[in-house]
Design a protein. Sequence first.
Length: 85
Amino acid sequence: MIRSFQFNIFIRIILIVLSSLAAGWLFSTGEPLHTGIIFVIILMYQVVNLTWYINKINNKISYFFDAVKNEDFSLSFPEHKGDRV
């Protein structure tokens, strides 16, 4: 599976758009209110998840730049995807 930053952002944005369209369609067709509210809750979760993911990546980048600024050469990044720092 592709695990790039752009791919992850793209998938999350597509899911947010689809959830928004589904919620709007459910509210406009006169479906019971609780079905539309469920999609709104899913939409809010997806927005929070996207924000959390971007902040996680930004924190890693910030940590890297702080290490460079402080001339901390002990910083290492894993060579394999399964490794942890």
